[in-house]
Design a protein around this ligand. Structure first.
Ligand SMILES: C[S@@+](CC[C@H](N)C(=O)[O-])C[C@H]1O[C@@H](n2cnc3c(N)ncnc32)[C@H](O)[C@@H]1O
Length: 456
């Protein structure tokens, strides 16, 4: 917990004169002023000026009363639910999200205004209605019942303040800055972000993620890896990385991290996978934190499960971190939605790594040709002529729009538009090279990017 606040200056003065003396002076002043009937107000100021005492409430199974079902409740309820609180909401109406929580049985909702006695049995209260008289009454009841109470309309009258909180990897960061919630949020964001991306180094002293983390790195843009993936990368001793994915992140790793380029592992294509598995096992058994960084999602044409199986067979623990697959994100980055209302109600992701007439193909191309939804082809640049011909022969109109997106989400991204009839020639003429995602279907012509592409 980080706590800073406007009390700092006052504290400094007191420290200079001696805390005990300062406290005595203050008490004397308060008593004197109290004799003239303004003691209550003065005392409240003294309470406000004191720093809040930070504490973590363990609310699991304990009654928490929330009064008011508006935006404040909507923002605070998820954390209370995560804490396992037994929540009673008292409000004549609520936002749609709050209502959904009640409908889902996550909290009990009394559809009425606050009334005296609502805080009976509560451990903690959040008072946040638009009616300041009701807020004052509820907070007075809380005070009388010794229930810690947060009040949205008057922080000075509240007995508790909600810090700006963030959570990452088992760490809760809570920041209080007295009267500057934006600064609290900024400090919280800086700490959480730093812990997540590893720029704030706070090594764990208990368990690190053991074994191998199979991390989906997303399509290439380093910002498109998940928060969890990024954190595991920051903690790794060894990273075995694919050719595709967020290669820029490897540059950011500290010098002691061993980076192994999976694309350069020797042997033929089939043997390479065994060599990768062997390297993963060897480093994990040596007690290293190993990240297997893969492009997109590990389980979308990524051989992720083969690696997970090999590790499991070797008794090595595996953590799988999903990633953003190029099959959706690359079209999206080029302005193509894989589904669109009234245009496509399905999308099918297909590997084009073997041609339709190849005996090893597991794809039912005639069935795909009969679909009217979106087809997304990966690893298909070299075989697009054969694939397009098979789809047309199977009934897909030759004029079906096609977009080829090369190196999506990177600085080198480019998009080539064509039709099923012309795509093979366009790929050859434009010199399109892998990696590319090929999108087939009417969604290609949807949106502003399509209009710009048509204008040339
Ligand atoms: C072996 S597959 C791996 C797919 C990956 N697991 C995923 O979920 O995105 C490799 C293919 O993904 C596609 N791909 C991956 N990243 C891409 C990118 N940034 N731009 C275009 N295509 C990409 C290409 O079709 C490439 O040949």
């Amino acid at each position: 917990m980080v706590a800073t606040g406007q009390d700092g200056a006052a504290r400094g003065v007191r420290a200079g004169r001696g805390r005990t003396q300062a406290r005595r002076d203050r008490r004397g002043r308060e008593r004197k002023i109290g004799g003239f009937g303004v003691g209550l107000r003065k005392e409240r100021h003294a309470v406000e000026d004191a720093p809040a005492y930070p504490v973590g409430l363990r609310l699991k199974g304990r009654r928490v009363v929330v009064i008011g079902g508006g935006q404040v409740a909507q923002r605070r309820l998820p954390a209370l639910l995560t804490a396992g609180a037994d929540i009673v909401l008292v409000a004549p109406e609520a936002t749609a999200s709050v209502e959904a929580m009640a409908d889902a049985g996550e909290l009990r909702w009394e559809r009425r205004a606050y009334r005296e006695g609502d805080l009976e049995g509560a451990w903690y209260a959040l008072v946040a209605t638009k009616d300041s008289a009701a807020n004052a009454a509820a907070s007075a009841e809380a005070e009388a019942r010794r229930v810690w109470c947060v009040r949205s309309d008057d922080a000075g009258a509240a007995t508790a303040w909600t810090p700006a909180t963030g959570r990452t990897d088992g760490v809760t960061v809570a920041v209080l800055t007295g009267r500057d919630p934006r600064r609290s949020a900024a400090v919280r964001d800086a700490v959480v972000e730093g812990l997540r991306d590893g720029s704030l180094v706070a090594p764990r002293h208990r368990a690190r993620t053991a074994g191998v983390a199979l991390v989906g790195g997303g399509p290439g843009d380093p910002d498109l890896i998940t928060v969890r993936g990024r954190r595991l990368l920051a903690e790794a001793d060894v990273v075995i990385a694919d050719r595709l994915g967020p290669r820029d992140l490897l540059d950011e790793l500290p010098p002691h991290v061993e980076v192994i380029d999976a694309a350069k592992i020797p042997y033929g294509r089939a043997m390479a996978q065994e060599a990768i598995n062997a390297a993963l096992i060897e480093h994990a058994r040596a007690g290293k934190a190993v990240v297997r960084l893969k492009g997109g999602d590990p389980f979308v044409f990524g051989r992720g499960m083969e690696e997970a199986e090999a590790l499991a067979a070797a008794g090595v623990a595996v953590t799988v971190v999903p990633g953003i697959s190029s099959s959706i994100s690359v079209p999206g980055a080029a302005g193509i939605p894989v589904t669109h209302r009234g245009v496509a109600h399905e999308f099918t992701v297909v590997s084009g790594h073997v041609a339709p007439d190849d005996a090893r193909s597991l794809v039912d191309w005639p069935a795909l040709a009969r679909l009217r939804g979106t087809l997304v082809l990966l690893m298909a640049v070299e075989r697009i002529g054969a694939i397009a011909g098979t789809l047309i022969a199977g009934g897909r109109p030759a004029c079906t729009p096609v977009a080829v997106v090369q190196e999506g989400t990177t600085a080198a991204q480019r998009r080539v538009d064509a039709t099923l009839a012309t795509v093979a020639e366009a790929v050859a003429t434009e010199g399109v090279r892998p990696p590319a995602v090929i999108v087939i279907g009417d969604v290609v012509n949807v949106g502003p990017a399509a209009a710009a592409s048509a204008r040339g």
